[in-house]
Design a protein around this ligand. Structure first.
Ligand code: ASP
Length: 310
């Protein structure tokens, strides 16, 4: 079977001035992840590589360019999961790590735990030689200005997480030629969040899930809503009952809107290579590589394509 990789750069009301950079950003991430797959890497390697590209791009709310908490500090969450074994790793509230997705992978591969948080996650990073950077270097000029403008959490949440708006976490899902699936998600969370707030992104079954028997999902949107409906598992449970990746995503996002008035998006692959990129926010930057075609989009129901070349 042919491999497929799908990435998102967050579901929210992406302003026109960030639209082009967001689309270019997801396209580069999809190219990088697919090159890993085409070079013989597995789904897990591919999703990590794709997410790292977006963590390094300040246009996205992950790694460099992450949103700031109420104290004006960066606190990052990330998750990765291997559909072959259900092995998973997560970190939350880490402060000065450039690529939290790789730290999450290290938690999965080098500890007996699934999640490490805050100081413990940073101590673990040090112990395995993952270098730290001064937190300030992760803060983009854009985010500092936005934070100065929107110092009130409640107003920010209302503006950003009404039915149509959310924010810009990043994520990737892939199925490789052997039919193995994986997912990864990384975020700075929600601007002006309380210190220590953990959203859906690093929580297994909420911000992501991957199981070779069902498929892989990475979610974005209002974290508290996603947590309440366990969005990633909800999507996969619909697929387990015979729905397509697109139908399962639409049904689950609609359920989240109906039950908890939350908006968001998801990228999904099935073990047979069926895929979807779905959202209930105004926009979501996404890209997918399937065989030699790079698909991408930003606005609802608009899907563009070009030839994929590495
Ligand atoms: N889901 C993330 C969170 O609530 C935010 C996002 O997707 O933009 O932390």
């Amino acid at each position: 079977m042919s491999a497929v990789l799908v990435v998102h750069g967050g579901a929210w009301a992406i302003p026109d001035e960030l639209a082009k950079a967001s689309v270019e950003g997801v396209k580069s991430a999809a190219r990088e992840g697919s090159s890993v797959l085409k070079g013989g890497g597995n789904a897990l390697d591919a999703v990590e590589a794709a997410v790292r590209v977006m963590e390094d791009n300040t246009v996205f709310n992950a790694g460099h360019g992450a949103t700031l908490n109420i104290d004006g500090e960066v606190e990052l969450d990330a998750f990765i999961m291997d559909g072959r074994t259900l092995a998973s790793g997560a970190v939350s509230s880490v402060k000065n790590i450039t690529n939290p997705v790789s730290l999450a992978r290290a938690v999965m591969e080098k500890t007996s735990h699934v999640m490490l948080t805050d100081r413990g996650a940073n101590l673990f990073a040090e112990s395995i030689g993952i270098s730290t950077v001064p937190t300030e270097t992760l803060v983009s000029e854009y985010e500092r200005k936005e934070w100065e403008l929107h110092k009130n959490y409640i107003t920010g949440v209302k503006e950003d997480f009404g039915l149509k708006r959310a924010h810009d976490t990043v994520g990737a899902v892939a199925v490789d030629c052997a039919g193995n699936v994986a997912c990864a998600t990384s975020t700075g969370g929600i601007r002006n969040k309380m210190v220590g707030r953990v959203g859906d992104s690093p929580i297994i079954g909420c911000g992501g899930y991957a199981d070779n028997l069902s498929g892989a999902v990475s979610c974005t949107g209002h974290g508290e809503s996603i947590l309440k409906v366990t969005l990633a598992r909800l999507i996969l449970s619909h697929m387990d009952q015979g729905k397509s990746a697109a139908e399962a995503s639409e049904l689950s996002l609609q359920n989240m809107a109906d039950r908890v008035q939350g908006a968001g998006g998801a990228v999904v692959v099935s073990p047979s290579g069926q895929w979807a990129a779905t959202f209930t926010t105004e926009r979501m930057a996404w890209a997918a590589v399937e065989q030699d075609v790079l698909w991408f989009g930003l606005d609802p129901n608009v899907k563009q394509k070009e030839k994929f070349h590495q």
